[in-house]
Design a binder for this molecule. Structure first.
Ligand SMILES: Nc1ncnc2c1ncn2[C@@H]1O[C@H](COP(=O)(O)OP(=O)(O)OP(=O)(O)O)[C@@H](O)[C@H]1O
Ligand SMILES: [Mg+2]
Length: 254
């Protein structure tokens, strides 16, 4: 369970709050999607959960423990993070990238090799040719799959994903998204994912949290947001997929 309580953050040199009075929780096993326009504070929120950014106010608790009082290194061992750009180390092979955390944890070579093999299978790159390649020898979708494998290497119970499919073509995007959702389910993860694609949010989320200007506007299941949007902003946002489908239908029928 991740509990976020009255969280706020203002970056140095900026008067506006990047995140302001944010409160919500992610129960164990839930897939929560954070959605909102560019600059609404989504990445800042994820970075505070992982302590890459320190909050100015409020609390974050994981399994009841205040994360600001825990060792950041230990904290991050329990959290897999897939960054907005895959963020692989370019000088390392795929296998070395995936093995970064297990190596830090001092796993022996056989255990690491076994785990890397298992993870490549899990993200559907298990044909034996990928482990020795470097990130620049992969497609964008393959890079994202490796980033996911790396995030899950040490079996963290919590997964944070920051627009993990942003750079992918629609077909690959759907495939990777379906895999992520299946892996979440199979590993019984607690997942917090950022996107600004409402279709993706509706299809993947147990609950959706809508952010705007650093604030939480509404949180609820896809059905709740569709049937009872809190205001016009949420109504517009939730209508986007249908609006696009209608525009498409009109174009095709014209
Ligand atoms: N390191 C930083 N220093 C100063 N301001 C920052 C920094 N990082 C983000 N900001 C500002 O904080 C606000 C929130 O940024 P954040 O990256 O959290 O938005 P976001 O919702 O993730 O946007 P996007 O969808 O474009 O990724 C923005 O106004 C941004 O300019
Ligand atoms: Mg962002």
């Amino acid at each position: 369970m991740i509990e976020i309580l009255n969280l706020s953050k203002a970056y140095a040199g900026s008067e506006a709050l990047a995140v302001s009075g944010l409160t919500f929780s992610v129960p164990v096993g839930e897939f929560l999607v954070l959605i909102g326009p560019s600059g609404s504070g989504k990445t800042t929120t994820l970075n505070m959960v992982n302590r890459l950014v320190e909050p100015d106010g409020g609390d974050i608790r994981i399994q009841g423990q205040n994360i600001l009082e825990s060792d950041p290194v230990l904290l991050r061992r329990g959290i897999g993070y897939v960054f907005q750009e895959a963020g692989l180390f370019p000088h390392m092979t795929v296998a070395e990238n995936i093995a970064v955390t297990p190596r830090l944890l001092g796993w022996d070579k056989d255990r690491i090799n076994l785990r890397v093999h298992e993870l490549l299978e899990m993200v559907q790159l298990g044909d034996g040719t990928f482990g020795s390649r470097r990130p620049q020898e992969l497609s964008g979708g393959q890079r994202q799959r490796v980033a996911l494998a790396r995030a899950l290497a040490a079996k963290p119970p919590i997964l944070l994903l920051d627009e993990p499919f942003g750079a992918l073509d629609p077909v690959t995007r759907e495939a990777v998204a379906a895999d992520v959702r299946a892996i979440h389910q199979r590993l019984e993860l607690t997942t917090l994912m950022v996107t600004h694609d409402m279709t993706e949010a509706l299809l993947m989320a147990d609950r959706i949290a809508v952010m705007r200007d650093g604030h939480l506007v509404q949180i609820g299941t896809p059905r709740e947001l569709v049937t009872r949007p809190a205001n016009d902003f949420v109504a517009q946002l939730i209508e986007t997929p249908r609006r696009r489908a209608r525009a498409l239908a009109e174009t095709l029928n014209a």
